[in-house]
Write a protein that binds this ligand. Structure first.
Ligand code: XMP
Length: 536
């Protein structure tokens, strides 16, 4: 290897060598399709089903997946598939509504059925199609492949379009899969993207790696190399970048990536609002400043935040007070840090999808949690979003690749307003201190029992109501702590985790014994909906 090659390593295998376009017709599972394609090592993006011809051509897909959706094509209705999808000359896979719309487009018949099919169904593969050949959960009596699949549909295809043949059947959908092999068009009535369809990953891999010919090149090392190159390109030789560090996974991974790309030209501004969990502020400094060598300015602003929160009980007013003060302090510090022309943000791909969907009105809007929103315009800074193309699991994989500690990379999400929304009512230091102590005990015991990684989020909540207790011969009349642990994939719905009773008992005993000023421990077993995950 030459010296020059040492300095400029060979460009990575192109992560975008094959790109798959996922067109969104409004299914709740669209995002899962894009994730599964990425898991097959192939870059994918979601776009609205009304994508223009130019945008489609500019994306340059090597294959297209049409999502499901709530619409119906019966009686000539439903969202149409753009014609450019079929003139692009690439393989197309329609899922659920996507299959029905494709069948209707080519002259097949789609009808509403009284026998709606929701849940698991046994699918029989037919005709040895290149999509399903050799993929099966078991073999039927006649040697045919059988698969357990997840169905969720009312309409179904009842007559094949010209040139198509049936590649799968289920008891309620005799035409549960279709293919036009010469044109490489495929349709599946069931959902291969959900985990209940056990061979779903194999089917999607067959489509993207096999039929579309996209190689599985996307690895964490490639993503790092590509992102570092993209940051250098955007920021240039001279550009300086500011980054708001929160202590969470996304901003930490963004910091490490930026540092690898431009070294000391990125400054992390870590506004410690005093609303973090125990030891968290120090951990940020330890990991990023000492561990990664990122230049970080830590501002201990706990007392300013407490002052801003004094007397406020309403959750939304708390959030506003915290958001406004954050912006004020960030601007002061940015000024102090010196001239910068870029502001980096830890936006990840699900945020991008959500705001796009909010713009097009295709799905319910999920609240925006970004506490640096609006800053780039105010400060006249150009945005850099190194994680914009990544799903959360990819952000984590990149974090591991960059050498960030697993305890940080696999940490549960933590809300921007921090413990302020977990101390109900007015936030005061004595309440925060008790909450931090109780929360630390809960998390320590969860980790010890091997439960931390089995739940999506776990934390303690401080209730400023007083309850009677007895300790030794002393009567106490003191506040209550509640434990909340939830299981969820998307945080939009959640179920209380069924933690072992012994574990809850250990935590409760330790909290009441070790945390002065807590008389009682409760457990929150409410689902979301109707409750939310946080208490405020
Ligand atoms: P909820 O309470 O809405 O929470 O069920 C869903 C997820 O969002 C987090 N959360 C927030 N994150 N700022 C944030 O950055 C906020 O104001 C906020 N409120 C809730 C919550 O922790 C959970 O992961």
């Amino acid at each position: 290897m030459t010296a020059a090659a040492d300095v400029h390593p060979a460009p990575p295998t192109d992560n975008h060598a094959g790109r798959i376009l996922v067109l969104d017709f409004g299914s709740q599972y669209t995002r899962l399709i894009a994730r599964r394609v990425r898991e097959a090592g192939v870059y994918s993006e979601i776009r609205s089903c009304d994508i223009g011809d130019d945008a489609l051509a500019a994306f340059g897909p090597r294959g297209i997946v049409l999502s499901g959706g709530p619409e119906s094509v019966t009686d000539g209705g439903g969202l149409p598939i753009p014609e450019a999808v079929f003139t692009a000359g690439v393989p197309v896979l329609g899922i659920c509504y996507g299959m029905q719309a494709m069948a209707a487009r080519f002259g097949g018949v789609v009808e509403s059925s009284d026998a709606r099919e929701f849940g698991m169904a046994e699918l029989r593969a037919r005709g040895h199609s290149d999509l399903l050949r050799g993929i099966e959960d078991r073999t039927g009596p006649g040697g045919e492949g059988l698969l357990d699949v997840w169905m969720s549909h009312g309409d179904r295809v009842t007559a094949l379009p010209d040139g198509f043949r049936t590649i799968a059947s289920s008891p309620n959908a005799p035409i549960a899969g279709i293919a036009h092999p010469a044109r490489r068009l495929y349709g599946l009535q069931f959902h291969p993207e959900v985990t209940h369809t056990r061979q779903g990953t194999a089917i999607l891999e067959r489509f993207v790696n096999g039929i579309c010919g996209c190689p599985p090149v996307r690895t964490p090392a490639n993503i790092v190399a590509e992102t570092v190159a993209a940051i250098r390109e955007r920021v240039g030789e001279e550009g300086r970048v500011l980054l708001a560090l929160s202590g969470g996974v996304d901003s930490s991974v963004a910091a490490a990536l930026l540092h690898r790309a431009i070294g000391d030209r990125v400054t992390g501004i870590f506004v410690d609002n005093g609303l973090l969990r125990r030891g968290e502020g120090d951990q940020v400094m330890e990991t990023l400043a000492r561990g990664q060598g990122v230049r970080v300015r830590r501002i201990d602003a706990g007392s300013r935040f407490l002052a801003a929160l004094r007397g406020i009980e309403d959750p939304e007013r708390k959030r506003n007070a915290i958001g406004n003060l954050f912006i004020e302090i960030f601007e002061e510090e940015a000024e102090r840090a010196g001239r910068a022309s870029f502001l980096a943000q830890g936006t990840i791909y699900p945020d991008v999808i959500e705001s796009a969907r909010a713009d097009t009105g295709k799905a319910a809007v999920i609240k925006s949690h970004h506490n640096v929103g609006g800053l780039p315009e105010r400060m006249r800074l150009t945005l850099v979003e190194p994680l914009r193309e990544l799903f959360k699991d990819e952000v984590r994989a990149v974090g591991v690749e960059l050498g960030l500690p697993r305890a940080l990379v696999f940490r549960h999400p933590f809300p921007g307003p921090g413990l302020a929304v977990r101390v109900l009512g007015e936030v005061r230091e004595d309440r925060l201190e008790r909450l931090r102590a109780a929360d630390a005990i809960f998390l320590e015991e969860l980790r010890r029992a091997g439960w931390y990684d089995r739940v999506a989020q776990a934390f303690a909540v401080f209730l400023p109501v007083r309850s009677v207790g007895v300790m030794g011969d002393q009567r106490r009349h003191e506040p209550v702590v509640v434990l909340r642990a939830v299981e969820t994939g998307d945080f939009m719905t959640a179920r209380a985790a069924r933690l072992p009773w012994e574990l809850l008992e250990t935590v409760s005993t330790r909290i009441v014994n070790e945390v002065p000023g807590v008389s009682r421990v409760g457990v929150d077993v409410t689902s979301k909906p109707p409750a939310t995950i946080e208490w405020e």
